[in-house]
Design a protein around this ligand. Structure first.
Ligand SMILES: [Zn+2]
Length: 201
């Protein structure tokens, strides 16, 4: 019934997380009718630049602008290289940076272990973390994976993997809403969890 260009965009948007066919249709018809002339153009260009304009930091695997040799945190000589905070996603780095309470560096796993979704250790940046702990003589690894089943399982696994190294391994304090994402925690709660981090046995 619908013209092909409309159907195509609805189908594509429907495949995004959290967007069903209904929301997708609403968005498409909004874009068709909007009087904001530049919106469609800006959106199209931003989408095309999304992949081309970004890259992953070769040290911490956080997202960064393409063309840089390292992300801003890794390149900052003021940050403590021997203190590494391990998170699941780039958005978690953003949340922790907002607290202004962390002076170390990050390591972005790019996910969490999930047998149900078929995500194993080799799908995450775990080997790179272990190499980094050795190479930079890291003294403390803070496991800041999400307070969820997957996040906890990932932290436990990392704890095991880090056992052979001479490194302190801590986990964010309890108090973050269980099952929630780090990125949604408010700044104070997150800062408290960071400050109250505890040795993982
Ligand atoms: Zn980096």
């Amino acid at each position: 019934m619908l013209p092909e260009p409309i159907k195509m965009l609805i189908d594509a948007l429907s495949r995004l997380p959290g967007v069903g066919p209904k929301t997708a249709s609403r968005l498409v018809f909004f874009l068709l009718r909007t009087s904001e002339e530049t919106l469609v153009q800006t959106l199209a260009e931003a989408l095309l630049n999304l992949r081309a304009g970004t890259d992953y930091c070769p040290t911490c695997f956080n997202i960064m602008e393409a063309g840089r040799s390292q992300c801003k945190v890794c390149a900052d000589p003021e940050r403590i290289a021997t203190l590494v905070c391990v998170v699941e996603e780039p958005l978690d780095v953003l949340a922790l940076e907002r607290t202004s309470g962390f002076q170390g560096k990050y390591h972005v796993l790019q996910g969490a272990l999930s047998p149900i979704e078929g995500v194993g250790p080799e799908d995450l940046r775990i080997a790179e973390l272990l190499k980094r702990v050795q190479k930079d003589a890291v003294s403390e690894v803070i496991l800041a994976t999400n307070p969820s089943m997957e996040g906890d399982a990932t932290a436990m696994y990392l704890r095991q993997q880090l056992q052979p190294f001479d490194v302190r391994v801590t986990r964010l304090a309890r108090g973050l809403p269980m099952g929630g994402d780090l990125e949604y925690a408010d700044q104070n709660t997150l800062l408290r969890a960071l400050m109250g981090r505890q040795e993982m046995s």
